[in-house]
Design a protein. Structure first.
Length: 530
């Protein structure tokens, strides 16, 4: 690796990332499964074998197979047995003061919870010994995800109401270097089917080896209501993070979500909000995420169950090929949902899925759940790029864009854009050219953007890529106030591929050009109450 390229990687990713990417994490990981559920036992063994986790780090619990359990059942079948095992196997070093136990050292930092272990602890109205309920919408709540409760298992706290402020929130250090030994990072290997869980495990390992390549699709809600604008800020920041590291991104910033039929090809990363259940392009029969994809949709009950491939968001996203997702088992409130901008940033910097999720979550003993291999590092391979070996024509279009972004990250924006244009056009890199067009569209340079989209669709060979470029180009013509050019493009495309899943979107554009909707009627003054 040449020095200039190594220096660029250190600038973008940080000096610690290269060292951390090679650290073995299996010795610091335990696997928790339901020993009364054969599928759970088999999955635990499979995961341990794939990750090289020792058999004495597999922990079988005699617990319910139900997704929701009560607080007493959680204590008796999960929390108390686990604390005993941690002590018996000397995973914790404890100090007891005035009858209270404190973890002073630990050998375990990661917990993989396997399908078959309960998902959530229902609220209880029964007084709980030692609990101190407060007031307000947060401090009166005592329900939680099992996984979030496990993260604070070592705190030995009797309080179940409210949340525990996460000491790891916004951290930028590996958990193995973090000073709080009681904190556990939990990831759940769970999905609607056993086959999906096995695929999640193998896809994570394959993506670590080969790289997670593809586009990011970011769907903002354009919700300006008080308290909701933070979600759109996360999405806008993610868009910038992806482009900075050379991941092409399609950014949807209208109140509507990506529509049904939208050509969402090569989806490696998806972040969206706000719909109650799986919808849009994910409903296409042939839709599949890229191998290793991370997909998250913000909704209060996105992970209320993981067993139905058609309900909510997390289960369906995994069933459609995603490798990891984040969700909530009960209402978390938006500010206490995992902060997706932090989560995405940490993933891009080579941290594990569990570290990235915990670094981005303000409260523990709460509603959040991270579903995926806790050790998964989707961008670990970026820490080991060999520019001499991988550069040139043999590099994929995705890797070419990423390598360009890393090598040229220190250039002024104008010079960076100029160099990007030259490289993209010379190599006919469709994703880079399309990304240039999307950047120009956001900046209001519609003529330049439309030219890029025309060039991009000429570079593509896959139907969905061409259809997306056509939709973007048609939008560019409309914004230039040249609807006839858009109409010609749409109609010529429909003559060639009348049955494409994107055809309804093209016909919608055609209809709106032929018979544009009437302008909105100005609101009249509301009557005052007598």
């Amino acid at each position: 690796m040449n020095r200039r390229f190594l220096f660029a990687i250190l600038i973008v990713f940080g000096a610690d990332a290269l060292v951390y990417a090679d650290q073995p994490l299996a010795p610091a990981t335990i696997v928790i499964f339901n020993k009364d559920a054969p599928d759970s036992v088999a999955l635990a063994r499979f995961y341990a074998q794939q990750r090289g986790i020792q058999r004495d780090h597999l922990v079988g619990l005699a617990c319910s197979f139900d997704e929701e359990i009560g607080r007493d059942e959680y204590d008796v079948t999960i929390a108390n047995p686990l604390r005993e095992i941690f002590e018996k196997r000397n995973w914790w070093t404890l100090r007891t003061t005035d009858g209270k136990k404190t973890v002073t050292a630990t050998t375990i930092r990661f917990v993989a919870v396997i399908k078959g272990v309960p998902l959530k602890v229902r609220p209880t109205a029964t007084p709980y010994p030692g609990d101190e309920p407060g007031t307000g919408p947060i401090n009166t709540r005592n329900e939680a995800s099992v996984d979030s409760e496990l993260s604070v298992l070592g705190y030995f706290s009797p309080r179940i109401s409210g949340l525990v402020v996460n000491p790891y929130f916004q951290s930028y250090r590996a958990i193995t270097e973090f000073e709080d030994p009681a904190l556990l990072l939990v990831g759940r290997l769970d999905a609607p089917t056993v086959g999906t869980v096995r695929r999640m495990i193998t896809d994570a390992i394959a993506a670590e080896k080969n790289g997670l390549w593809g586009r990011g699709y970011v769907d903002a809600a354009h919700n300006t209501a008080p308290g909701f604008e933070i979600g759109d800020k996360w999405m806008a920041d993610i868009q910038q993070q992806l482009r900075k590291t050379g991941i092409p991104v399609v950014f949807e910033d209208t109140p509507a979500i990506f529509p049904s039929g939208y050509p969402m090809s090569d989806c490696a990363l998806y972040y969206g909000w706000y719909s109650s259940g799986i919808s849009g392009p994910f409903m296409q029969v042939d839709f599949r995420f890229a191998q290793g994809a991370v997909a998250v949709h913000i909704h209060s009950y996105s992970a209320t169950s993981l067993r139905d491939p058609g309900a909510n968001w997390v289960g369906p996203l995994l069933a459609r090929g995603a490798t990891a997702s984040l969700g909530n088992v009960y209402e978390p409130y938006l500010q206490l949902t995992t902060h997706l901008d932090i989560f995405n940033d940490r993933l891009l910097h080579g941290f594990t899925f569990a570290e990235s999720a915990c670094m981005a979550t303000l409260g523990l003993s709460w509603m959040n759940v991270a579903v995926g291999d806790p050790l998964y590092r989707p961008y670990a391979s970026w820490m080991q790029i060999d520019s001499a070996r991988d550069s040139g024509r043999s590099a994929s279009v995705w890797k070419m864009y990423h390598d360009f972004a890393v090598k040229n990250s220190s250039l002024p924006p104008a010079d960076y854009r100029l160099q990007m244009r030259q490289v993209a056009l010379r190599t006919r890199n469709g994703p880079m050219i399309e990304d240039l067009g999307l950047i120009e569209m956001q900046e209001g340079n519609f003529v330049t953007a439309t030219n890029y989209f025309q060039t991009a669709r000429g570079c593509y060979s896959k139907r969905d890529d061409i259809m997306r470029a056509v939709l973007e180009e048609a939008d560019g013509w409309i914004k230039q106030k040249k609807p006839k050019r858009a109409l010609e493009l749409v109609r010529s495309t429909l003559r060639i591929v009348p049955d494409t899943p994107a055809a309804p979107l093209l016909r919608q554009i055609e209809q709106e050009i032929i018979a544009p909707p009437p302008p909105p009627v100005p609101p009249t003054a509301s009557p005052t109450a007598p």
